[in-house]
Design a protein around this ligand. Structure first.
Ligand code: NAD
Ligand code: AHE
Ligand code: ZN
Ligand code: ZN
Length: 374
């Protein structure tokens, strides 16, 4: 263990379903190709709660969660050329190396250069940069933004315009980019199309923004928490449905409402039953359903194959299909140009010390996004 570590305040997840514990950790300096980042703010995404719940097959403890951050480069390791001290950056859980088979394919944003070690909570060299009393603490999704200081591979950083407030554009590190990207990149919703969006958290509401931008003619927003409907309407939803109040299967209801089904649907919850409804509410012959929600270990999706034989398409998306290093800076520019707002999403802000409240608010359905600051 190097002696040159710095001290950092961090929220440690010691085990499944335990509250995060704010403690001091030792952060090792960045190795070759790595960057030390001072995190300014981080959103709390449902995926953080999912992993903390113990449902994530890749969940590993003790770990420092958080993957929706914004920060400033503090120190660079040997050979790092694309960022320098003082640059404003957004950590990427989907890196972009530009040279792996996936990056070179031009068909996906799922760079696999460091996926194996990232999934084990480690840096690409197979070790961690976080320790406490000499014992390792694991990284999370290659980001660990619930720490004042974190280390990331250079390929996992998008350099963004320093004029953008990191307390807001941190949301582009996951939720908002995922929802908008799913609509515009993955589904490529066209003007006039009809859209159904299941789940109106940070992801679903961002999909509503994407659908409005794509000039969808009808944006049907579905949730079981009606408190989400005002914002959904403000962002462009044309219909809001509380699926808990519908007697018939929600897919049948939507098919009736839309003369045969929607052109595109998006599942933004992580519920495999709703994933089925989302597929089956799509129009025969061409309707496409995009899975965004993350389902727990052991869960499987099902439908009658006839649904696909008759032309519906089932697909999924990670980070909205966005290539982080080359495309995310432009999302920040579009935000700065006023194309969409982020403040609408930030229902709560709090210091890191109160991060457990962010999880409570999410579970009670009272927040869209909580942003913790350092
Ligand atoms: P969230 O908790 O903020 O929102 C989920 C919403 O779904 C809530 O409004 C809730 O009321 C609603 N809901 C729950 N059960 C429902 C049901 N049966 N029918 C209708 N609505 C229901 O979560 P979020 O942060 O918006 O994340 C949503 C999902 O997307 C999570 O599974 C998360 O892990 C996943 N996610 C995936 C990606 C990706 O790249 N694929 C990125 C970010 C988040
Ligand atoms: N580790 C889980 C899967 C979790 C998952 O699907 N993560 C999404 C991002 S969610 C962001 O909030 C993702 O990008 N997946 C692609 C990838 O390579 O992880 C499991 O089931 O093992
Ligand atoms: Zn996320
Ligand atoms: Zn790659």
């Amino acid at each position: 263990m190097s002696e040159q570590f710095i001290k950092s305040k961090a929220a440690i997840a010691w085990g499944p379903n335990q509250p995060l514990s704010i403690e001091e950790v030792d952060v090792m300096p960045p190795k070759a190709g790595e960057v030390l980042v001072k995190i300014v703010a981080s959103g709390v995404c449902h995926t953080d709660a999912f992993t903390l719940s113990g449902e994530d097959p890749e969940g590993i403890f003790p770990a420092i969660l958080g993957h929706e951050g914004g920060g400033i480069v503090e120190q660079v390791g040997e050979g790092v050329t694309s960022v320098k001290v003082g640059d404003h950056v957004i950590p990427l859980y989907t890196p972009e190396c530009g040279e792996c088979k996936f990056c070179l394919s031009g068909k996906t944003n799922l760079c696999q250069k460091i996926r194996e070690t990232q999934g084990k909570g480690l840096m690409p060299d197979g070790t961690t940069r976080f320790y406490q009393n000499g014992k390792p603490i694991y990284h999370y999704m290659g980001c660990s933004t619930f720490s004042e200081y974190t280390v990331l591979p250079e390929i996992s950083l998008a350099k963004v315009n320093p004029e953008a407030p990191l307390e807001e554009v941190c949301l582009l590190g996951c939720g908002v980019t995922t929802g908008m990207g799913a609509v515009m990149n993955t589904a490529k919703v066209e003007p006039g199309a009809t859209v159904a969006i299941f789940g109106l958290g940070g992801i679903g509401l961002s999909a509503v923004i994407g659908a409005k931008m794509a000039q969808a003619s009808r944006i049907i927003a579905i949730d079981i928490n009606e408190a989400k409907f005002d914002l959904a309407k403000k962002l462009g939803a044309t219909d809001c449905i509380n699926s808990a109040n519908i007697e018939q299967p929600i897919q049948d209801y939507i098919i009736e409402l839309t003369d045969g089904g929607v052109d595109y649907s998006f599942e933004c919850i992580g519920n495999v039953d709703v994933m089925r409804s989302a597929l089956e509410c799509c129009h025969k012959g061409w309707g496409e359903s995009v899975i965004i929600g993350v389902a727990g270990a052991g869960k499987e999706i099902s439908t009658r194959p006839f649904q696909l034989v008759t032309g519906r398409v089932w697909r999924g998306t990670a980070f909205g299909g966005v290539k982080g290093r080359t495309e995310l800076p432009d999302y920040v520019e579009r935000y700065l140009n006023g194309e969409f707002k982020l403040q609408d999403f930030i229902t709560h802000t709090m210091p890191l010390e109160q991060i457990n409240q962010a999880f409570e608010l999410m579970h009670k359905g009272e927040s869209i996004r909580s942003v913790v600051h350092f």
